[in-house]
Structures are given as structure tokens and as C-alpha cells.
Design a protein around this ligand. Structure first.
Ligand SMILES: N[C@@H](CCC(=O)N[C@@H](CS)C(=O)NCC(=O)O)C(=O)O
Length: 201
């Protein structure tokens, strides 16, 4: 296996932290996003959508999408279990994974991209959409905060993959000026999750 990624990007962090949770070490090539290496002809052969991360499998095929890469790693090395055991647990973990990704990660990324113009050399940036996305993200953060007022992790006391994603998104959001750490339960959750060994560099 070989990972092509940008380790500081939120989706890059998702796979890097997951690999550490599993204790799996694989060679990594850092892709220069600012320099648009992810849009080069060579990289687009690995992922025509031009995004990181991408995992090259041992048969030479390529797997993109952070959640799909983590699922592959989970099946390759089942312990510790981060995707759930029973049908009920697996489906609820999937529910939280989709909630985090669709309701928080994507709006945070849209707010960042459209407000900062970080990728204005390659996409149309609409400042107003950036503002609306920030509002959508904030509303979702409040919902997560409410849930975490009653629950240690998203799935009660059971740590699972969407917890990892949520903590990474909260950290990224803070770095790009969308601070949700004034929400006390999200702040407590973020502190607890990011002290896990897998989060240390
Ligand atoms: N849904 C994809 C999203 C991947 C993604 O958007 N990656 C960002 C970094 S966090 C990227 O490659 N951005 C480069 C660009 O947009 O040009 C996943 O989960 O892997």
C-alpha cells in the first residue's frame, strides 16, 4: 500500500490518524495542494476528482475518499474496531459519520474555500456562499454540542470513526477562523479525543 496525501489537510488527517489508531505504517507521498500537484495529469490518473487522500492498493489500483480508505484499512486490520460490530452499531456509526461529513465537514470546507479564496486559482469563490456555509456549520456544531452534553462520544462511551472526524473538523475549523470551542461540550470532547496517542505527531 502507498498513501498519497497532504497530511495537514483535514481529510489527510483523517486517514493519518486512522492509520495510527490501527498501528499500520505505510509509505506516504505528500502532495503539494497549493502548487496544484493534485491536478497534474499524473495525479488525476490516481484520482480523476483531483483530491487527496488516495490509497494505492497492492494490486496497483487506487482508492479515494477518506471514509472508504478507512473502511478498507478496518477490513484489513479489524482491531481496534472503529466501524462497529453489530448491525445496529455499524448503522448508527455510519449515521454519525454521514452527519459529521455532510453537516459539518463540508460546510466548514465551503466556508473556508469561498471566504478565503484559498483555491481561487482553480475554482469560482462566492463570498456570500462562504458566509452561508459558515452559518450552516455553526448550526450543526450547536446540534453536536447538544448531543455531546448527554454523551461522552457520539456513540455513548464507545469511541468510533466519526469521533475522529469530528475532532479533526473542529481543529481545522478553529485554524481557519471558525471557532466552535466556545461550545462547552464540543470543547470537552475535542480535548479528550485529541489527547489520544493517535492524534500525537
Ligand atoms: N470526500 C473526499 C474529500 C477530499 C478533499 O476534499 N480533499 C481536499 C483536502 S482536505 C483536497 O484534496 N483539496 C484540494 C483541492 O480542492 O484542490 C474525502 O473524504 O477524501
Amino acid at each position: 500500500m502507498h498513501l498519497y496525501t497532504q497530511s495537514r489537510s483535514p481529510n489527510g488527517q483523517r486517514v493519518n490518524v486512522f492509520l495510527k489508531e490501527k498501528g499500520i505504517e505505510i509509505p506516504i507521498t505528500e502532495i503539494d495542494l497549493r502548487g496544484a500537484e493534485n491536478l497534474s495529469e499524473e495525479y488525476l490518473k490516481k484520482n480523476p476528482f483531483g483530491r487527496v487522500p488516495v490509497l494505492e492498493l497492492d494490486d496497483g489500483s487506487y482508492l479515494a475518499e477518506s471514509q472508504a480508505i478507512c473502511l478498507f484499512l478496518e477490513r484489513t486490520q479489524p482491531a481496534p474496531n472503529l466501524f462497529g460490530d453489530t448491525a445496529d452499531e455499524q448503522a448508527k456509526i455510519e449515521m454519525w459519520a454521514r452527519r459529521v461529513e455532510l453537516n459539518l465537514l463540508i460546510p466548514v470546507a465551503q466556508a473556508f474555500r469561498n471566504s478565503s479564496g484559498f483555491f481561487k486559482d482553480r475554482e469560482k469563490c462566492v463570498a456570500e456562499w462562504g458566509e452561508v456555509s459558515a452559518e450552516i456549520a455553526r448550526a450543526a456544531a450547536v446540534l453536536f454540542d447538544g448531543h455531546l452534553s448527554m454523551s461522552r462520544y457520539l456513540m455513548g462511551d464507545r469511541y468510533s470513526i466519526p469521533d475522529m472526524t469530528l475532532a479533526i473538523v473542529i481543529g481545522f475549523a478553529k485554524d481557519v477562523g471558525q471557532d466552535f470551542l466556545d461550545l462547552p461540550n464540543l470543547a470537552r470532547f475535542h480535548r479528550e479525543v485529541t489527547t489520544r496517542p493517535a492524534f500525537q505527531s
